[in-house]
Design a protein around this ligand. Structure first.
Ligand code: HEC
Ligand code: HEC
Ligand code: HEC
Ligand code: HEC
Ligand code: HEC
Length: 213
């Protein structure tokens, strides 16, 4: 305890002294991307599941952004391979990347400071939906940050996760509604799932070392 106390005394000023990117709390941050890739078209209109492209969300801390090879499943530029060419100019950087092997340089939207630890798998496998943190991505032409990603925001849910939990098989569903799908209120269902998924108690969920490792 004593050692932990001493550690904390030097740790907190260190953290406070850091100047962190204002972007991390910028609701509305929506940088221009090298390709006009639209989630509204792919995840919305075409109804593709998030995991078709973000393949690692269930296994890893990081939610991988897809390599160009994933796009080539539909937007191949090779002769004799069916490719969706509809808007060729918008797809030029995709075809260039396929030809050269150089990845497309997507601009990061959500970015926590390095001293805060986040893990996608830990959330997705316990019934926290993408929509709680990223909003209606299936309606976005350009991905936009919709939550502050501040520590207070993380803690608001970590104190009462039952307000947000859903069945694990619905995490990528953008329009899931507890009352419509189960006839139960969010709170009633959330408390059930909290038990079922063995969600850790508030003491662990709000402890500094859970997110600052
Ligand atoms: C066809 C592939 C594809 C599908 C399907 C897809 N995404 Fe993406 N996603 C991408 C690509 C490419 C990027 C990087 C470019 C961008 O930000 O638009 C991205 C970026 C993102 C980002 C921003 C990442 C960052 O830099 O912070 C989020 C959040 C995201 N996607 C969530 C989702 C969610 C939620 C779904 C399901 C509703 C989904 N995506 C479906 C390809 C896809
Ligand atoms: C499962 C098939 C599929 C995959 C995989 C896919 N797309 Fe598409 N994409 C489509 C279809 C279909 C359209 C045409 C939609 C329309 O015109 O209504 C399209 C349209 C587009 C457009 C033009 C959009 C517009 O507004 O006109 C771009 C740019 C694009 N895709 C980029 C990408 C990128 C980048 C990836 C990989 C991250 C990707 N696509 C992966 C099926 C796919
Ligand atoms: C509990 C909140 C939360 C949930 C749930 C969540 N994300 Fe994220 N997402 C974040 C945060 C925070 C970041 C920034 C992480 C960082 O900077 O270390 C992020 C970053 C990303 C990125 C950029 C790459 C990365 O890992 O930094 C993508 C892509 C993404 N999320 C997609 C998704 C998809 C798809 C889902 C659902 C399957 C999802 N996220 C669920 C909070 C969440
Ligand atoms: C909408 C609710 C929600 C939000 C928002 C949220 N979390 Fe979580 N978080 C959870 C749940 C539920 C778990 C699973 C706890 C368990 O496994 O018992 C979790 C687990 C974690 C874990 C893993 C703990 C462990 O060791 O198993 C970390 C780390 C974490 N969250 C960090 C964050 C950070 C950082 C943020 C803010 C950027 C954040 N979370 C935002 C609900 C949330
Ligand atoms: C649920 C995850 C989580 C927990 C638990 C948590 N933090 Fe944080 N903390 C964060 C995130 C995320 C940031 C970065 C916020 C930002 O970018 O604005 C942060 C930022 C900070 C900062 C930088 C200044 C600030 O306020 O933004 C300090 C200092 C800090 N945390 C101390 C603590 C202490 C002390 C505890 C324990 C009492 C704690 N944190 C518990 C997620 C957490």
């Amino acid at each position: 305890m004593l050692l932990a106390g001493v550690g904390m005394v030097s740790y907190v000023p260190l953290l406070l002294g850091l100047t962190f990117s204002p972007r991390t709390t910028d609701i509305g941050y929506a940088p221009k991307q090298p390709v006009e890739f639209s989630h509204a078209v792919h995840a919305g209109q075409l109804g593709m599941d998030c995991r078709y492209c973000h393949t690692t969300v269930e296994e890893a801390a990081f939610a991988a952004v897809p390599p160009t090879a994933t796009c080539a499943n539909c937007h191949s530029n090779e002769p004799n391979v069916p490719g969706i060419w509809r808007n060729q100019q918008k797809l030029t950087p995709v075809h260039e990347s396929l030809a050269t092997g150089r990845p497309i340089e997507w601009v990061r939207v959500h970015d926590l400071p390095d001293y805060a630890y986040f893990n996608h798998a830990a959330h997705v496998n316990k019934g926290v939906g993408c929509v709680e943190c990223h909003g209606r991505v299936d309606e976005m032409e350009v991905v936009t940050q919709v939550q502050t990603l501040s520590m207070a925001w993380c803690l608001e849910c970590h104190r009462e996760p039952e307000r947000f939990l859903r069945p694990v098989d619905q995490v990528t569903n953008m329009t899931w509604d507890p009352v419509r799908e189960t006839g139960k209120s969010q709170l009633e269902l959330g408390l059930e799932l909290k038990k079922k998924y063995d969600i850790k108690g508030p003491q662990y969920m709000t402890s500094c070392s859970t997110c600052h490792r």
